[in-house]
Design a protein around this ligand. Structure first.
Ligand SMILES: Nc1ncnc2c1ncn2[C@@H]1O[C@H](COP(=O)(O)OP(=O)(O)OP(=O)(O)O)[C@@H](O)[C@H]1O
Ligand SMILES: [Mg+2]
Length: 497
């Protein structure tokens, strides 16, 4: 059987970065081929070349065995290559159907008028093919990320794609949504579509992929069946031994209470929530998506107003009317939505890391201590293994996972005693994950109070000294970190009373 796509000896450089170095890859009809590698390994770059976003420097791309030069995204589409980008690209104010057929809407009356009815019928036909309950006339901005993704898939199919590239499609999906995506992937597979699946989630890859290609530092490492033990795949990805986080729960019962949240309410999202975190403690927040964990974090951070209740820091009631107040009071919040909050994509790495705490490096109130700023930034880049050619690289040119690390670094240099991490390892590779776990442990050991919100139960279990579980805006239980199990947390996360 000829491969749908095959890539040979492909190389691509950006200023200061060799993103791809002699990479090979092939995709068979009806195959789900996973692409794995650490943040910055070159996965998205390779796929963007196939999708016509970037031009290759050298090497060959074959479609059905014949060499092609993919010149633009439109050209890739005409070659039946579709891509769902790591960041979605839909127009929020248009309907689902309008997004799918943007720029090639069906027309009537000799091409003068848009044929809105036909447009919606065509979109409906695509949704039917995917077995998707979705109205073509829904405005995109009103859909969940998961549904928006389905629209992107429908859009790719409308171009009769035989190659469909999915770059971290499940990063923002809940379990039910992931199941729906997998159902669609299987359906497409049975129709002979070849799918490239990029993800950092091992369990997903074992379930859905046929083969795995591993990349490291822009180079091709190996292609293996998905039944290969994950420990072997990880070893190939990271090329070094990972530190294991040793879980020991320190006795913090006599430590000062840094954060004390009492009886906080906010509409139906937060209902009578109370909890405390002491110096040195890591408090986990578990719950299903929509349980209210992020809402609590946002309220404590002053990002959303509360209806009633109070927040105390070191025993003092604080009025939190904005995040600035919260930071003043010593509370930091790493948002789960890093694209909209947290990263200034147009600024460089160093500014992103140090700008919020610039005051610290003012000499005599006027001169900035540049060497100190650089040293701190450099230290963070090394500590978090942020892959960047220099401190002056523009943040948006970093790979997705490395952008996240920059935001984490920013919060680490600010002197907040209470740090709330919302989904800190989303989109982060295995190697960096274990480094972030170690870092959170260090921060707690240094006497800060840490809150970790995570949808990944193994992560909550691994990190937390104590775990609070939420369901429908309420706290439904609290468990010691060494007594909790995935089952006990799930039971609490679904307890509606
Ligand atoms: N437009 C660009 N300009 C400069 N450098 C770039 C550009 N796009 C990517 N890079 C660099 O190329 C390397 C590979 O990035 P790429 O986005 O392909 O990584 P990735 O494997 O997709 O990582 P992640 O898992 O974090 O998404 C990185 O070092 C990145 O900083
Ligand atoms: Mg990527």
């Amino acid at each position: 059987m000829t491969a749908l796509v095959s890539v040979q000896n492909l190389s691509k450089s950006f200023p200061g970065v060799r993103a791809l170095d002699g990479v090979r890859f092939d995709l068979m009809p009806g195959e789900v081929h996973a692409l794995m590698g650490e943040n910055g390994a070159g996965k998205s770059t390779l796929m963007k070349i196939l999708a016509g976003v970037y031009r290759k420097d050298s090497g060959e791309v074959l479609l059905d065995g014949k060499p092609v030069e993919i010149e633009s995204p439109a050209h890739a589409q005409s070659l039946a290559i579709g891509i769902i980008h790591q960041e979605l690209h839909l127009m929020g104010h248009l309907t689902a159907a309008q997004n799918i057929f943007l720029g090639r809407e069906p027309r009537k009356a000799a091409g003068l008028l848009l044929d809105e009815a036909q447009l919606n019928r065509d979109a409906q036909a695509l949704f039917d093919r995917l077995n998707l309950q979705l109205s073509p006339t829904t405005t995109i901005g009103d859909l969940t990320v998961a549904r928006q993704q389905m629209v992107e898939i429908a859009k790719a199919l409308s171009h009769k794609s035989r190659v469909l590239i999915m770059d971290e499609p499940t990063a923002a999906l809940n379990n039910a949504e992931i199941e729906e995506l997998f159902r669609i992937i299987r359906q497409l597979k049975s129709e002979g579509v070849g799918i490239v699946y990029i993800s950092h989630k091992m369990d997903e890859i074992q379930r859905i992929a046929d083969r795995i290609t591993v990349m490291r530092d822009g180079a091709y490492i190996a292609t293996v069946p998905s039944a290969t033990p994950m420990s072997e795949v990880i070893a190939m990805m990271v090329g070094r031994k990972l530190d294991h986080v040793q879980k020991t729960i320190p006795d913090t019962s006599a430590n000062e209470v840094l954060l004390d949240v009492r009886g906080v309410n906010r509409g139906r999202a937060i209902r009578d929530v109370s909890f405390t975190v002491r110096r040195g403690e890591i408090l986990g927040f578990a719950g299903l998506m929509g349980a209210g964990r992020t809402e609590v974090a946002r309220a404590v951070f002053g990002a959303d107003p509360i209806d009633s209740g109070e927040v105390r820091v070191r025993g003092q009631v604080v009025r939190l009317t904005s995040p600035t107040d919260a930071v003043e009071a010593g509370i930091g919040y790493l948002s789960e939505d890093r694209k909209h909050f947290g990263l200034a994509t147009g600024m460089d790495v160093e500014s992103n890391i140090t700008l919020p705490s610039l005051k610290r490096w003012l000499k005599w109130g006027m001169f900035l201590n540049r060497p100190a700023i650089q040293a701190v930034s450099q230290q963070m880049v090394e500590k978090l293994r942020i892959k960047t050619p220099s401190l002056t690289q523009t943040a948006k040119l970093l790979s997705g996972g490395n952008q996240q690390k920059v935001v984490i670094a920013k919060w680490l240099v600010q002197d907040c005693e209470v740090l709330i991490f919302d989904e800190p390892t989303r989109g982060i590779d295995v190697g960096a994950k274990s480094e972030i776990y170690k870092l959170l442990n260090d921060l707690a050991a240094q006497g800060r109070a840490i809150i970790v919100i995570s949808s990944e139960l193994p992560e909550v279990l691994l990190l937390s000294h104590r775990i609070v579980v939420m369901c429908e805006g309420r706290i439904t239980g609290e468990v010691r970190g060494d007594e909790a199990t995935q089952e006990s947390l799930m039971a609490l996360a679904t307890r509606r009373d």
